[in-house]
Ligand binder design. Structure first.
Ligand SMILES: Nc1ncnc2c1ncn2[C@@H]1O[C@H](COP(=O)(O)OP(=O)(O)OP(=O)(O)O)[C@@H](O)[C@H]1O
Ligand SMILES: [Mg+2]
Length: 347
């Protein structure tokens, strides 16, 4: 639904160049909620602004719903109108809502319809329908100043839906909201995604957002996507930074003669009592140093950091047992894990 290839954005100001995007290949499938995370300055906002061509990419292409927007932007005087039309099919939700304070809620939602040249009566009908959809039917005549942050964001979302978009872009839509309001706005985005088949690309710095509503996610660093995939693929990727950030576990070994093991559970494995099996089978005492469990996409997933008595070399067999149960095993601080395992097993 959204594809970028080799997307690059270089800002030039006062003789200085900043490469905000450095060859980004993004692929968002139709109907999914896709989260992009990354540190401040990683290029997330630049990416989203390039996707709807609010910002002109320096190079690369952007295709949304089969339409090459970069080509539209570059084709002379008519391009302006075509691009505007294409853009009206891409809804955008902002962190600070960007509502007009002098207009009522209904008039704010009608604004994009006015720009599209929709007649007065039809505009009002559509605006009221959208306000109903976001749960604000009773606030149509209010002014933004009379609304809470969560209600303002609902207006922002209704306005973004005015052009019947196929795609909704959201740049930190919940970061100005308290946790409870955040949850209700995320739920709304999820519902819209399901009810309308809307594809959602959202930028966030909150891992909880990714955990609660995203089907897929990408991690950006210095203008590049360094990891991407569905949330379950990421969890199944050994050493994935995103997976570790989604399910952070901590805890230090309690002594030198101990082995710390990170166990990632997904799907059915989560329900099997593997830890107690391990303990019984090898007659060892296992300490749990930390754990994070959650339900992602209806499946129970999680990580647990456990400690086994003895050094790594003494635990090759129990670790092999865990792997055989279909669990993903990471040994913190040990990069060349598989090779060492083979060597150990041969002894
Ligand atoms: N209009 C601009 N002119 C010059 N440099 C810019 C401009 N917009 C962004 N940048 C620079 O591009 C880089 C990426 O910025 P961007 O806003 O995309 O980051 P971000 O990931 O959204 O960060 P944040 O999490 O703080 O919102 C930064 O180094 C930033 O200073
Ligand atoms: Mg930003």
């Amino acid at each position: 639904m959204i594809t970028t290839t080799g997307l690059t954005k270089v800002y030039r100001s006062r003789g200085r160049e900043v490469t905000a995007l450095d060859g980004v290949d993004l692929h968002v499938r139709e109907g999914e909620v896709y989260g992009v995370i990354g540190q401040s300055g990683a290029g997330k906002s630049s990416l989203i602004r390039c996707v709807n061509l609010l910002e002109r990419p320096t190079s690369g292409t952007v295709t949304v719903a089969g339409q090459d927007l970069t080509a539209l932007a570059g084709r002379g005087p008519r391009a302006g109108r075509e691009l505007r039309q294409a853009r009206s099919r891409i809804g955008m939700v902002f962190q600070h809502f960007n509502l007009l304070s002098s207009r009522t809620v209904r008039d704010n939602v009608e604004l994009p319809l006015e720009i599209l040249g929709v007649s007065g009566k039809e505009r009002t009908r559509k605006a009221l329908e959208l306000l109903d959809l976001v749960g604000l039917a009773d606030k149509a005549g209010s002014y933004p100043a009379q609304l809470s942050g969560g209600q303002k964001q609902r207006v922002g979302i209704a306005r973004a839906l005015a052009g019947d978009p196929k795609v909704l872009l959201s740049d930190e839509a919940t970061s100005a909201l308290d946790p409870e309001t955040t949850r209700s706005i995320l739920q709304l985005l999820r519902d819209l995604n399901r009810q309308l088949g809307l594809t959602v690309l959202l930028i966030t710095h909150e891992m909880d957002v990714v955990k609660s509503i995203c089907d897929s996610a990408a991690l950006m660093e210095k203008g590049r996507i360094v990891e991407s995939g569905t949330v379950s693929e990421l969890l199944a990727t050994p050493g994935s930074e995103l997976a570790a950030a989604l399910f952070p576990v901590s805890g230090e070994a309690t002594g030198d003669d101990r082995t710390v093991v990170d166990v990632t559970f997904h799907g059915d494995a989560a329900t099997q009592p593997v830890i107690s099996q391990l303990s019984r089978t090898y007659n060892i005492d296992i300490s749990i140093l930390g754990a994070a469990m959650d339900t992602v996409g209806g499946k129970q997933v999680g990580r647990m950091r456990i400690e086994l008595p003895g050094r790594y070399e003494d635990n090759v067999v129990p670790i092999g047992f865990l792997r055989e149960q279909g669990l993903q095993i990471d040994i913190p601080g040990r990069e060349q894990e598989p090779a060492l395992l083979k060597e150990g097993a041969a002894k």
